[in-house]
Design a protein around this ligand. Structure first.
Ligand SMILES: Cc1cc2nc3c(=O)[nH]c(=O)nc-3n(C[C@H](O)[C@H](O)[C@H](O)COP(=O)(O)OP(=O)(O)OC[C@H]3O[C@@H](n4cnc5c(N)ncnc54)[C@H](O)[C@@H]3O)c2cc1C
Ligand SMILES: *[C@@H]1O[C@H](CO)[C@@H](O)[C@H](O)[C@H]1NC(C)=O
Ligand SMILES: *[C@@H]1O[C@H](CO)[C@@H](O)[C@H](O)[C@H]1NC(C)=O
Length: 381
């Protein structure tokens, strides 16, 4: 059988399961997986990793990627350590690190998203995600140190990452008997605005118990660092200025799209896909290019949604390459499933339309931030 090469850009919650699915049941496929780091960073646990350096060992949250693929024939899989820097649709090639050119029959874009603290020009560097280059473990250790030494911390953004991070840092300080002041700034009139009002109430009560100050209905308009880099001045949209040792912005999700042709992107920079998750060409032609996960214009940017999209892309590629199996479509739906621990024994969220009790959040996620599930996200199953 003629072998087809599928190049996948990005090895995380979306890219890795697609690679496994293709290798497992399509003998006529070669997979090339491109990623800037050799490890998968279990970012879901980042709030606890950063706030509580002793909670986990690095080998629990930084998992080698290539090891998961040794089960397949050597000729069927290649891991390329590098950053995709260009795509040529007409030549069907991807350029890696402006140097190596890799041909594809099919391409999958799974380059995900970045938090503002991980942008190239960021002077904040709080590793909620893998950096483009350099050691994430070094960045994690530096951030752990900064967080544990700060006595005043401002966290902007009261979505799940902001709320979880505030809860973890507050609990860590409590545990070591440190007196610190954490301010959480919410642009909306309640924290966790994507969840039901009951969840916001619970979250605000739990945060207040942990002595986190919450400022609502305020946006951060600027943040500047003192000349000696030791403090920040954070300005709010009511003209107020706050001074702090450490500033952690958790607002905004930034698409990793610098290498993606402009015609594939919507006005916010996400990749336009149809319901089969095929990338939409400007002229309506059918491209051999799919996308999955945070990088697509599907608005629910969550790890389990990335996994659902991965299954759809794998099925459609399999159908297209082998003529076998059913095509699938993706619909993100409108039911939110989310657990937001606030420290190790409380929290809130939304499950099947209801607000789970503290004890359930603790039992399912608060106890270990799902770290025990990290390996299953990148393993063949
Ligand atoms: C702190 C934090 C906590 C979270 N908690 C939860 C949670 O509890 N539950 C939940 O469902 N979701 C959670 N999420 C969201 C979840 O992490 C994302 O939805 C998920 O990571 C999306 O997976 P992805 O594979 O699409 O993209 P990403 O995980 O962003 O991975 C993209 C990969 O592509 C690589 N890449 C980028 N550009 C290039 C390039 N040019 N060339 C090659 N490789 C490239 C990146 O390095 C990365 O490895 C959380 C996110 C964060 C940041
Ligand atoms: C349509 O657009 C794609 C992507 O740019 C391009 O590769 C293809 O040649 C175009 N097709 C036609 C018929 O113009
Ligand atoms: C993701 O995109 C951001 C924003 O453009 C960039 O700063 C970061 O380096 C990118 N990460 C990777 C892995 O390319």
């Amino acid at each position: 059988m003629v072998s087809k090469t599928v190049v996948i850009i990005g090895a995380s919650c979306a890219g890795i399961p697609i690679a496994h699915a293709l290798l497992k049941d399509s003998p006529s496929v070669k997979v090339v997986l491109i990623n800037p780091a050799s490890t998968f960073y279990f970012m879901i646990a980042a709030p606890r990793i950063l706030a509580k350096p002793k909670a986990f060992r690095p080998e629990q949250y930084l998992l080698p990627i290539e090891r998961e693929f040794t089960r397949y024939p050597k000729s069927a899989f290649e891991f390329v350590l590098g950053v995709a820097t260009a795509i040529s649709v007409d030549a069907k090639t991807v350029t890696v690190d402006n140097e190596r050119v890799i041909s594809f029959d099919y391409l999958v874009i799974a380059s995900g998203s970045t938090t503002r603290t991980m942008e190239d020009d960021s002077d904040i560097l709080i590793p909620f995600k893998h950096p483009k280059s350099g050691s994430v473990q070094t960045l994690i250790e530096e951030a752990q140190q900064k967080i544990s030494q700060a006595t005043k911390i401002i966290i902007a953004g009261a979505g799940p990452i902001g709320v979880e991070t505030a809860g973890e840092i507050a609990e860590a300080a409590e545990q070591r008997g440190a007196d610190i002041h954490i301010t959480l700034i919410s642009a909306t009139d309640r924290v966790l605005p994507m969840l039901k009002p009951r969840a916001s109430e619970v979250a605000e009560d739990r945060l207040k118990e942990k002595k986190v100050e919450i400022i609502k209905s305020r946006k951060v308009t600027g943040a500047t660092r003192s000349a000696d880099l030791s403090t920040w001045t954070v300005s709010l949209d009511n003209g107020q200025s706050l001074h702090t040792d450490l500033y952690i912005p958790t607002v905004g999700v930034i698409p990793n799209n610098s290498f993606i042709p402009q015609e594939f992107l919507d006005s916010e920079g996400w990749v336009k896909v149809d319901e089969e998750l095929r990338v939409q060409a400007g002229n309506g032609s059918k491209l051999p290019i799919f996308a999955a996960g945070d990088i697509t214009d599907n608005s629910m940017r969550l790890s389990f949604k990335a996994a659902e999209q991965a299954a759809v892309v794998a099925a459609n590629l399999r159908a297209e390459i082998t003529g076998k199996g059913k095509r699938r479509v993706y619909d993100q739906g409108n039911s939110i499933m989310m657990l937001v621990p606030i420290g190790s024994s409380a929290g809130t969220g939304q499950l099947f339309g209801w607000t789970p009790w503290n004890s359930l959040v603790k039992m399912i996620k608060g106890k270990d931030f799902f770290i025990s599930k990290a390996h299953s996200m990148i393993a063949a199953n």
